[in-house]
Design a protein around this ligand. Structure first.
Ligand code: N2P
Length: 357
């Protein structure tokens, strides 16, 4: 037995004390930085392909923080997640009609414009829209359309109507968006109706059309880019950026807005009500609006920029792209999706019935 007063005993006791101290420090460090939440972390919930690695790591390095990305496939999925109480997100990117819905449901926070020094870089063309008249809650991120992508090396006839997506010759060779508003919207347009109709009879007709189409569809999917590049599909109902990015890898891919008309959208940056890092979220929004950064976003996503000064950094082929910045004629054929309040459920139900058939 060691004597409590012996030098060896004292030395061992000191070592034991230092070891417990180190253990305690390690545990505290792990819990405050490694796992769990941290003040130095920004949690971004967005559409796939909306934030590039360059944009993410650029913000991380400049601000000395970590940016965590998570993605959703549709506005309705985003809404369901927030309604179910998801509280960790600092940034979300709802489309127009979903911004108005979220304001009404008190799910997003009022922005502090004093913390967004680049706000005046946004073109007035994309501000003060119906869904958030003074941009108190949302900053435009990018804009685009829904339409049809097709491989012109396979489909040599003219593609200019939604009808092609009901053509039996393309059975199992095309994909449709998996979206309770966009997909019924395409059928409504084909039938000559508004994609915001609240006429139940028109909606039923669109549902029947989609049920008829079901056996022809290879896949319902919101990200058509890979399907088009791989040749898994030769036609796709998709969002414009996905078609243009696919065309970069497979130049025979073309995009068209059908003559019956289609939808247009602005996707926006918002801060959810329960966001843990509101200040950092504002810094991120301000960063996204810097012209050089905004140009990189537009180049990567192949959607339009809302920041005119970004155009000086954009390649000519994007600036002159007839479908990124469509002509007035084409624009006039486009509708914004609107929040349909209680009638929204009828669309969701119709869409569920299509998919269950
Ligand atoms: C993401 C496309 C999102 C556009 N790939 C729909 N708002």
């Amino acid at each position: 037995m060691l004597n409590r007063t012996s030098p060896l005993y004292k030395c061992l006791k000191t070592i034991k004390f230092i070891c417990s101290l180190l253990f305690y420090i390690t545990i505290v460090t792990i819990f405050s930085t490694g796992c769990g939440d941290s003040q130095n972390q920004l949690n971004v919930f967005t559409w796939p392909g909306y934030i590039s690695e360059e944009i993410r790591s650029g913000f991380e390095q400049e601000f000395g923080v970590k940016v965590i990305l998570d993605t959703y496939g549709s506005n309705e999925d985003l809404l369901a997640k927030l309604k179910a109480g998801a509280s960790g997100y600092d940034i979300i990117m709802p489309s127009d009609y979903m911004v108005s819905k979220m304001i009404q449901l008190d799910l997003i926070t009022k922005l502090n414009h004093d913390m967004i020094s680049n706000f005046d870089k946004i073109s007035p063309d994309y501000l003060d829209k119906y869904f958030d008249p003074d941009n108190n809650y949302s900053i435009p991120y990018t804009f685009g359309t829904a339409g049809i992508a097709y491989d012109s090396s396979v489909i040599t006839s003219v593609v200019d109507s939604w009808n092609v997506l009901w053509d039996k010759n393309y059975k199992n060779q095309f994909s449709m968006l998996d979206d309770p508003r966009e997909t019924p919207g395409a059928a409504l347009k084909l039938l000559g109706f508004s994609l915001n109709t609240k006429d139940i009879n028109q909606l039923q007709q669109a549902k029947q059309k989609l049920i008829e189409q079901r056996e022809l569809v290879k896949q319902y999917k919101n990200e058509a880019e890979e399907l088009l590049i791989s040749g898994d599909v030769v036609l796709a109902h998709c969002w414009s950026g996905d078609a243009f990015r696919a065309a970069e890898k497979r130049p025979s891919i073309k995009y068209v807005i059908p003559k019956e008309g289609s939808s247009q959208f602005i996707d926006n940056v918002c801060i959810p009500k329960a966001a843990p890092h509101v200040q950092l979220a504002h810094s991120f929004i301000d960063y996204l609006l810097r012209p050089e950064i905004n140009a990189k976003i537009s180049t990567f996503t192949m959607y339009g920029t809302c920041v005119p000064a970004a155009k000086e950094y954009l390649p000519k082929k994007l600036l002159e792209h007839e479908y990124i910045y469509p002509s007035k004629n084409t624009m006039d054929s486009l509708e914004w999706l609107k929040d349909l309040e209680d009638f929204t459920q009828k669309y969701s139900r119709a869409w569920d019935e299509v998919k269950a058939n």
